[in-house]
Design a protein around this ligand. Structure first.
Ligand code: BGC
Length: 476
């Protein structure tokens, strides 16, 4: 760990964006209210079968579809300058296309946006946060090339409908998670298991869909609306398991290329996948007897279309891994085997809740510096960072606030020592909510939600009160 013990300044940059994030399926409920169409998450949860903790669902969640005022109170209580939420695609377009538009869905999101603006809070809107309309999934979802244009049309509709008021757009949240956990391991919706092949096609289509939507905005809306468009990318930081081992150092490079580089390299560098990822998958595919690489190729025209399609960098950071070289030449194709790397959690790192989330604040500083150095020193927003507590969680979460404090302190070093161009920080999440296949067993909220009480009351954790102080002083 090479962090300095004290940050040189406790002050955040002027105009720093202080936010919290949520996503539609995780908070809204109202899964079939007022004409909303089903999404893959409705289907995944309703099918049961123990894939979600205790077969829980997002049918009601935090009830935000009918209790937006309560969310707004929380946002105002914190003094947030920004709020990041996602649109439910199938609430707006029940079958995923503009063939039928649900006016009640438009009215719901207009109210959120109008209320935010009336209170001086800037909305950051994600178009797609894991909840693909089931009707689009039925036609192949991200496995089908046709979804690229269907998504582009949805994006066009959203820019057209809300773009006079929304200035920050995120097309896709965490394409890496969607591809690896939704289409390779089948842990999350749509629950497909297609290791080593489907995962890359899905990623390919998401990159094209994002890039097309960015161009649609820039061609048709930018001049009038003056907004910006990006994509939220998740990444762990990675350290070599044995710092003196060249093989482990190389494994770290592969791990970062397969996690962050997969999407960041095409979008921020040259329209194509990281060379390391291409060479790994190509040589493995050959060994395995495939005619072509399992990683699809972009045409020259597509590369031109993809390169440079983000106006800022959105990072979702949760944890760090120690990465060890692992020879996987005799294993079946999978994205993990393609990396020849084993990612290990150091047992000395605290794990306060969900088992994969080891708290490593200094990993964020290193990742920010890596992004600055690798992806052309972009403006960065941390669009998600947070820590889970296991249900039941105490309202006095002092230990968790200590993790936030350490994280903010590392961020300050990133800004003041490493000169990272950091523009904002968003806590995941505003509210305790439906944590995907973990259901309600994990609580990420700044506000506690009592899911046993039909009124779903929100109560601030101590972390919320401490975060409010930091925001009001723009200082740690
Ligand atoms: C996702 C959120 C999720 C959070 C915590 C991110 O992968 O964008 O939807 O709740 O991590 O797991």
């Amino acid at each position: 760990m090479d962090s300095l013990s004290n940050p040189p300044s406790f002050q955040f940059p002027a105009g720093f964006a202080w936010g919290a994030s949520t996503s539609a399926y995780q908070i809204e409920g109202g899964w079939d209210a007022d004409g909303k169409g089903p999404s893959v998450w409705d289907t995944f949860c309703h099918q049961g079968g123990g894939r979600v903790f205790q077969n829980q669902t997002g049918d009601v969640a935090c009830g935000s579809y009918t209790q937006w005022e309560d969310d707004l109170k929380c946002i105002k209580q914190l003094g947030l300058t920004h709020y990041r939420f996602s649109l439910s695609w199938s609430r707006l377009l029940p079958d995923g296309t503009t063939g039928f538009i649900n006016q009640k869905g438009i009215a719901y999101y207009n109210r959120i946006i109008d209320d935010l603006l009336a209170n001086g809070i800037c909305p950051l809107v994600t178009l797609y946060h894991f909840d693909m309309p089931q009707a689009v999934e039925n036609q192949g979802g991200w496995r089908s090339d046709k979804t690229v244009e269907i998504f582009n049309e949805y994006a066009r509709f959203c820019f057209d409908t809300f773009g006079n008021k929304v200035k920050f757009w995120i097309t896709i949240n965490e394409p890496h998670v969607v591809a690896e956990y939704g289409y390779e391991q089948g842990l999350i919706a749509p629950g497909v298991t297609d290791p080593g092949i489907g995962v890359y096609h899905v990623g390919h289509n998401m990159i094209k869909a994002h890039a097309k939507a960015w161009h649609t905005y820039h061609l048709l809306f930018k001049e009038k609306q003056h907004g910006q468009v990006s994509i939220s990318l998740d990444s762990d930081w990675a350290e070599p398991f044995d710092p003196s081992s060249v093989k482990d150092q190389e494994a770290v490079q592969r791990y970062l290329a397969f996690n962050l580089g997969w999407f960041a390299h095409p979008v921020f560098i040259n329209g194509d996948y990281p060379p390391l990822m291409k060479s790994q998958i190509s040589s493995k595919s050959k060994q395995q007897g495939f005619m072509d690489s399992r990683l699809p190729e972009f045409t020259d025209e597509e590369m031109k279309m993809i390169q440079g399609t983000a106006d800022f960098f959105c990072l979702n950071y949760y944890t760090t891994r120690k990465v060890k070289h692992q020879d996987s030449s005799h294993t079946k194709p999978s994205i993990k085997a393609d990396q020849d790397a084993d990612a290990i959690q150091d047992p000395s790192w605290p794990v306060p809740g969900i088992e994969w989330l080891a708290v490593v604040p200094w990993g964020l500083r290193k990742l920010l510096k890596f992004i600055k150095d690798t992806f052309k020193d972009p403006e960065i927003y941390i669009t998600e960072n947070g820590f889970a507590q296991i249900d039941p969680a105490p309202l006095d979460d002092s230990q968790r606030w200590e993790y936030f404090r350490q994280t903010l302190s590392e961020i300050l070093k990133g800004v003041h020592v490493d000169a990272v161009n950091l523009k904002g920080y968003f806590v995941w999440s505003l509210l305790d909510n439906f944590e995907w296949h973990y259901g309600y067993s994990q609580r990420f909220g700044l506000f506690h939600v009592d899911f046993e009480n039909p009124k779903l009351p929100r109560t601030p954790y101590r972390s919320a009160l401490e975060y409010k102080k930091v925001i009001s002083q723009n200082c740690l």
